[in-house]
Design a binder for this molecule. Structure first.
Ligand code: VJV
Ligand code: CA
Ligand code: ZN
Length: 370
């Protein structure tokens, strides 16, 4: 593997907020990751960037101006936990909290900074673990996401790249990003997600594959509970390979939501963090300029383990399974290791259902022309 020029974007302010006292989305997980990456001595191997928050103008490229004005106006006075008093934000999932505007602007600013590094050819891979807010819509917050940093970064990439591939391995469907680019053939969106029985957000059926010039450029891979490394990696490699062959993108954006890893508070997949990271490794093997973003992940120590392992994957490093000393993990045996093993659980995906999904998705990809 050739070593890549890697940049690591870190906005400390983005990780210091709380959505509410008990909200499952804990921005602090990005600080936990940061400390592990530091203590595994990875920082000397990358360029560390402290991004600027997105400007109002940048936020308004992806959101309705009135929505951004509203976020800004309520932000300083909002009280922790008073979510339901406000419109545009979806009660429990997206409560209003003090600093919600600054929180959103710093995440979007970091993803735009990644895109700029890529556009100028300064980095081959640029990381923003605070990013990946794939549910935010033009006029509304959704699913713990207030501003869509991914759409903002892709728009920036489109200024210098003919075609951009977006790959989303978060447990949930990347509905917001899909919606922004649903009618264009310059962005292919590919989401793997838990699907069925109204699992949030409920969209992402295979047959919903884009409209107009974007028809067949929105690819959805619906999955059931309990999927294991072998099945997931089999689908991931085969589908991405076919998509790359047909679409020939000039840049790649990876959403690495860690709620698809086993043991997640909101998830029920059975992927190890090695399996999750091997998807990233496979995607990086296409040697495209790449932005790597975070996303979901609600068992916070597992999120930090996963994104730490993935930072090493990007750098081409092997890590010791023994975690380095740090301020978040205690001394219990289950707290001392990096790798997350699979568990014994029922798997609703059969090898037959996996092959069927591959066949249907391949049929769509076979129709795309560049
Ligand atoms: O399923 C939903 C929507 C409801 C309404 C709100 N209640 C709380 C739950 C059911 C229909 N929302 C999902 C949103 C998942 C967002 C995932 C985001 C990402 O990972 O894809 C990207 C960052 C959902 N599932 C679980 C919860 N919400 C949930 C929300 C809470 C909570 C516990 C669970 C909000 C506050 C608190 N506990 C205190
Ligand atoms: Ca997904
Ligand atoms: Zn998710």
């Amino acid at each position: 593997m050739t070593t890549k020029k890697v940049a690591y974007c870190f906005a400390p302010d983005a990780s210091s907020y709380q959505l509410s006292e008990t909200h499952p989305m804990v921005p602090e997980r990005v600080n936990m990751t940061h400390e592990l990456v530091q203590n595994y001595r990875m920082f000397p191997r990358m360029t560390i960037i402290k991004p600027h928050p997105a400007t109002e103008e940048q936020l308004k490229r992806v959101h309705l101006p009135g929505y951004i004005d509203y976020l800004k106006k309520v932000s300083p006075i909002a009280t922790l936990g008073l979510g339901d008093l406000y419109p545009c934000l979806q009660a429990d999932d997206c409560p209003m909290f003090t600093g919600v505007y600054d929180y959103s602007a710093s995440i979007v600013g970091a993803s735009i900074a990644c895109a700029n590094r890529i556009n100028h050819g300064r980095s081959n891979v640029c990381i923003n673990w605070a990013g990946g807010m794939h549910h935010a819509k033009r006029r509304v917050a959704s699913g713990f996401c207030y501003a869509n940093d991914i759409a903002a970064a892709i728009l920036e990439l489109l200024m210098c790249h003919r075609r951009v591939m977006y790959v989303d391995i978060d447990l949930h469907h990347g509905d917001g990003v899909e919606e922004y680019f649903y009618n264009t053939n310059r962005v292919m969106t590919l989401s793997f997600h838990r699907f069925g029985n109204n699992f949030f957000p409920g969209t992402g059926a295979i047959k919903n594959s884009g409209v107009g010039p974007g028809k067949d450029y929105a690819i959805n891979v619906p999955l059931q509970k309990g999927i294991d490394d072998d099945q997931y990696i089999y689908l991931f490699k085969n589908i991405l390979n076919k998509a790359m062959e047909r679409f020939q993108p000039e840049a790649l954006v990876m959403q690495m939501g860690a709620d698809s890893v086993v043991g997640d508070l909101l998830g029920d997949f059975n992927l190890t963090n090695k399996g999750h990271a091997s998807c990233l490794e496979n995607a990086l093997s296409y040697n495209l300029p790449t932005i790597v973003l975070g996303g979901g992940g609600y068992s916070v120590k597992n999120v930090a383990r996963t994104w730490t392992l993935e930072t090493a994957t990007i750098l081409g490093l092997e890590l010791d399974n023994q975690l380095p000393t740090n301020s978040y993990f205690g001394h219990l045996p289950e707290d001392s290791t990096l790798y997350i093993p699979p568990v014994k659980m029922s798997n609703s995906n059969t090898n037959k259902s996996i092959r069927k999904v591959l066949r249907k998705v391949t049929e769509i990809l076979d129709r795309t022309e560049i």
